[in-house]
Design a protein around this ligand. Structure first.
Ligand SMILES: *Cc1c(COP(=O)(O)O)cnc(C)c1O
Length: 223
């Protein structure tokens, strides 16, 4: 199937209120353009240099989502234009995003990445660390960032029960935390679900799914 057909097929299945991020890392511009021509405007990338290059070359009304692990020293390259930074997992990184956003005279929307998987390799804050961050005085002073919600990745497992339970734990955390008034927050976004688990994610309250290989095909990293 073509990129266009894959995309339209997935879009037909998504309930209203769920945003599709087309994850285009490692994929060439012509494939992104094909998705764009089929109406897609939200794209997700994991690598700063790749994102910057694609943003220069592709249509200007694309909303670029940074979904990878962001290093503080690279925030400045995406600060002028990034639409939403999904993987924020430290106060230090938030401070740098705030600093670069101020330079650009803008407010940058961010999601806090929460660690819900059983694996050692995934980034993210624990629920406790996340609440601590939201309550901190340093956080309250960051006027050029806005926390829109939370992002997570489930365990890489064949067990639907484990995945479902991990997503559910984040939804419960979010329901509790978003009922509290925090500064610099405007909650509502829950970013979880990828090609292999987005249907479960939606059943468990996701509002933003990040789908790559089901749209663009498998990735080949040996390029
Ligand atoms: C690559 C990636 C995706 C998309 O993964 P697929 O399995 O190809 O859909 C989603 N989220 C993050 C954070 C990723 O790095």
């Amino acid at each position: 199937m073509s990129v266009r057909e894959n995309l339209l097929h997935i879009k037909r299945e998504l309930p209203a209120g769920v945003t599709l991020i087309a994850v285009s890392k490692t994929k060439p511009n012509y494939m992104l353009q094909e998705a764009y021509d089929a109406g897609q405007r939200d794209f997700g990338e994991n690598y700063v240099q790749e994102l910057v290059t694609k943003a220069e070359q592709l249509p200007k009304d694309i909303r670029w989502h940074f979904i990878g692990h962001l290093q503080s020293n690279k925030v400045k390259y995406i600060a002028p234009f990034v639409h939403l930074i999904h993987g924020v997992d430290s106060l230090k990184l938030l401070q740098e995003i705030n600093k670069q956003a101020l330079k650009q005279k803008r407010i940058i929307d961010c999601l806090l990445q929460i660690y819900i998987a059983k694996e050692e390799t995934k980034f993210g804050l624990s629920f406790e660390e996340c609440e601590e961050l939201l309550h901190s005085d340093v956080f309250a002073g960051l006027k050029n960032i806005r926390i829109r919600g939370f992002m997570a990745m489930a365990s890489n497992t064949g067990s639907e029960d484990i995945i479902r339970q991990e997503f559910r734990s984040l939804k419960e955390f979010s329901d509790r935390v978003t009922s509290i008034m925090f500064p610099n927050c405007e909650f509502g976004v829950l970013s979880y679900g990828m090609s292999g688990d987005y249907k479960i994610a939606i059943e468990e309250g996701s509002t933003m799914v990040r789908i790559g290989s089901s749209i663009f095909g498998e990735r080949n990293y040996n390029k």
